[in-house]
Design a protein around this ligand. Structure first.
Ligand SMILES: *Cc1c(COP(=O)(O)O)cnc(C)c1O
Length: 402
């Protein structure tokens, strides 16, 4: 819940365009007239008197009570993301997965069914497969290229359509407009994990999403420091998520909220450079003799280039490609990388190379991997903010040895 006020001191100011709002949306200054928002490291808030205490607990007042419910730093972070995504309200979580779990758990009942894209984040896949069946919440996966047949999979129990675009790690694109129309026609809640695009590149609510989830850990923080998550969207749905979460306790810490709100001030400039570097790397790889294929949403060769252009401002920070020669060549490539980090994170200022088949997606069977387009020689690069010449040079020398 975004706009909790404490003793009239916390009005949130909003102005004009994306970059301006990201910088100028700020808690009202305290008596110290600080320029940058202070950090409110406090677990609870005080009451003026007995009546104030009663009225606050009765929710007759819009104010902070306890930081598991709301905190000024979280409110500032949520307000910024709501403006970026065009959302009515939101709730901030300790991690992206806390946001995914709490959002679905708050909205679904035993017996309900989720219709989800097959290519989703590994832990979200594990949540749907290993844990939700305990509460009799089932799911069906659909393939990205079979949106035409999606309606046939809707049952009377279906409550939610769930998807990510661009997908991880295959960088495939789903048509948000098509998903939005199907969700509306069947009165389903469309939930989009928008983490790979960031709110700067893509706003799913414009295309009919009811809720948008982010792992703040990725491009939002952008410097690999904190874990965070957020869900924004329709105010009635957020109210249900808020009521579930303030009891179950997955709330974001004020410290991490402060870090993230500061990071959002530079989101636009950072993501612009990520995309510029990623496109240059993708173009370099496209003509490379050691590569079978390269996928990046804003390359004309991407099968969904037109859809990407329709719904995204630029192609994002992730480039996927396949090294010729399968697993052995892939391993040689990774062992030869010097500058880039071998890590599983993404959206960091540091460029990162990942081998999905042996790491993030190793728990899937070979058939399941094939279904989501993950081959043994596939490399995922999260293109960072180093000089593009250095990024390309490192990948070029590793390919020469692959
Ligand atoms: C990382 C990620 C998550 C989970 O976020 P955490 O902050 O690591 O819990 C969810 N969805 C996508 C697409 C991600 O990349």
């Amino acid at each position: 819940m975004k706009a909790k006020k404490t003793n009239e001191t916390q009005e949130l100011n909003t102005h004009g365009k994306f970059e301006t709002n990201a910088i100028r949306t700020q808690l009202e200054r305290s008596q110290f007239l600080e320029h940058s928002s202070p950090m409110y490291l406090t677990s609870s808030f005080v009451f003026e008197d007995a009546e104030d205490m009663r009225a606050s607990f009765a929710e007759e007042k819009d104010r902070n009570v306890y930081s598991r419910y709301s905190n000024p730093n979280s409110s500032e972070f949520i307000e910024k993301v709501c403006q970026m995504e065009g959302a009515e309200d939101g709730f901030a979580f300790a991690s992206g997965m806390a946001a995914v779990f709490s959002t679905l758990a708050a909205l679904l009942n035993s017996g309900d069914h989720i219709l989800s894209a097959r290519s989703i984040f590994g832990s979200t896949h594990a949540l749907l497969t290993n844990f939700f069946p305990k509460w009799n919440i089932s799911h069906t996966y659909f393939k990205i290229d079979e949106l035409d047949e999606l309606e046939a999979s809707i049952t009377p129990q279906t409550k939610v359509i769930y998807a990510e675009t661009p997908t991880n790690p295959g960088v495939d694109i789903l048509d948000l407009e098509v998903l939005g129309k199907i969700a509306k026609k069947h009165d389903l809640i469309l939930v989009i994990d928008n983490c790979f695009a960031s709110p700067y590149l893509q706003q799913p609510i414009k295309f009919g999403a009811d809720l948008v989830i982010h792992s703040g850990t990725k491009l939002m923080d952008g410097q690999g420091r904190v874990l965070a998550g957020i869900t924004v969207g329709n105010a009635d749905l957020i109210d249900k998520i808020y009521r579930f979460s303030r009891i179950t306790g997955p709330s974001l810490s004020p410290f991490n909220a402060w870090v993230l709100s500061k990071s959002l001030e530079t989101l636009a400039v950072r993501v612009d450079r990520h995309c510029e570097n990623a496109l240059k790397l993708a173009e370099f790889l496209e003509n490379h003799e050691k590569i079978n294929w390269v996928r990046y949403p804003f390359l004309k060769s991407h099968p969904k280039y037109e859809i990407a252009k329709k719904q995204m401002k630029a192609g994002g920070c992730v480039v996927a490609f396949e090294v010729k020669g399968g697993l052995k060549a892939g391993q040689n490539f990774f062992d030869s990388i010097k500058l880039l980090s071998l890590s599983a994170n993404l959206g960091d200022s540091r460029s990162i190379v990942t081998h999905p088949a042996s790491t993030t997606h190793s728990k899937l069977s070979k058939e399941e991997r094939a279904e989501t387009g993950i081959t043994d020689g596939m490399v995922r690069v999260s293109v960072g903010l180093e000089h593009i010449d250095d990024i390309v040079a490192d990948i070029a020398q590793a390919l020469a040895l692959a």
